[in-house]
Design a protein. Structure first.
Length: 366
């Protein structure tokens, strides 16, 4: 029986970094396969994860939750037949709906020896509220359908803001395990235990309550009705999100330095979009070399200007004029440039809403 772990996360949340940590610290000795689905024309993360020695299948033609649902089932069965892995990690696109990815896996469970082991959402604790307000259709779906929520960048928050972030998440998911500890302070095995709920205090208490219930069955209540009521509570959260979303103002009136309050409200009037109807991407392969100063200037403009659309994520692997390679990551309002490993050619990718592909290409001098 092959375990299936789905690790989702909105654009730039850090799910690839989490997967690498789990591979190095929690999955040692297991026969692993990673199925990765990038949204956009250019896949970037495959090279990063290939260094870990894990078999990778990239599917870049669209979202796993929309145009690739059919292909995904075929790809998953082929992977099982060809490699017979003990565990498959599925990393959906950052703008994928976790509910649809789970559904796609469940659709083949009668045809293949698989067990849906865990479904995790990686959440950037700093940007949680912004994404919740502006991209709830996709962002909240990941939170609502996860059995474990792993917060990233919690070390950059005050205790008060961290508790507020958890409270906001609990409005959409009351039951998931929420990992709030800085990843550097815990081992990947502890994260995996939470994903599989082996260390769940809630589980222990529920077991005690169940034993107590059976012992005093004369005071019986309808547990099934209780579960159904709880399920309805979850659905209420979705309705709450929809209602909250409909109350959004004309976000385009905000100045760019209030970027965290922007959204394209017209594109988010209901919850029936596919990611490729809301988000657009620009991606290119290029041998062009960039200096660190030049790249810093480009990313500063991309992070701070609204002239290029609402940029949610940019990343790249490019050769450097000073020698070696550079990796970069950008999320709204901030970016990081670091030393990278060489790839077969340079690759750039930008994802957002209403992006101006021509102006972005000109910005990168291509």
């Amino acid at each position: 029986m092959t375990k299936i772990d789905i690790i989702s996360g909105f654009l730039g949340a850090g799910k690839t970094t989490l997967i690498k940590k789990l591979i190095e610290e929690a999955f040692k000795g297991e026969k692993l396969m990673l199925i990765e689905n990038e949204f956009g024309e250019i896949g970037i993360d495959g090279g990063f994860l290939n260094n870990s020695g894990v078999e990778i299948t990239e599917m870049n033609s669209g979202c796993i939750c929309c145009s690739l649902v059919g292909d995904f089932g075929v790809a998953l069965k082929e992977a099982l037949d060809k490699y017979s892995p003990e565990r498959i990690i599925i990393e959906p696109s950052g703008v994928g709906k976790l509910s649809d990815v789970i559904k796609a896996v469940e659709s083949i469970k009668d045809e293949a020896p698989i067990k849906l082991n865990s479904f995790t959402a990686v959440v950037d604790a700093i940007k949680c509220k912004m994404y919740m307000d502006n991209f709830g259709e996709f962002f909240n779906n990941q939170i609502e359908n996860a059995n474990t929520i792993v917060l990233s960048r919690t070390q950059k928050l005050t205790q008060e803001k961290l508790e507020l972030c958890v409270a906001q998440i609990r409005e959409h998911n009351k039951d998931a395990a929420v990992i709030t500890t800085n990843w550097d302070e815990i081992d990947g095995k502890q994260i995996l235990a939470a994903m599989e709920r082996e260390n769940s205090l809630e589980k222990e208490l529920l077991k005690e309550a169940e034993e107590h219930h059976h012992h005093h069955h004369d005071e019986d209540c309808s547990c099934q009705e209780h579960e159904h009521h709880h399920h309805d509570d979850k659905c209420d959260c979705q309705e709450h999100e929809h209602h909250h979303h409909d109350e959004k103002c004309d976000c385009h009136d905000h100045e760019h330095h209030h970027h965290d309050e922007e959204c394209d409200c017209q594109e988010h009037e209901h919850h029936h979009h596919h990611a490729d109807e809301v988000f657009t991407s620009w991606g290119i392969e290029t041998p062009k070399k960039y200096s660190k100063i030049e790249l810093d200037e480009i990313l500063k403009v991309l992070a701070e200007s609204s002239d290029y659309g609402i940029i949610l994520r940019a990343k790249g692997i490019i050769p450097c004029t000073e020698g070696g390679w550079i990796n970069f990551d950008l999320v709204p309002g901030e970016y990081e440039i670091r030393e990278g490993v060489s790839d077969y050619t340079g690759r750039l990718c930008v994802i957002g809403t209403n992006i101006n592909k021509t102006k972005i290409q000109e910005l990168f001098h291509i």
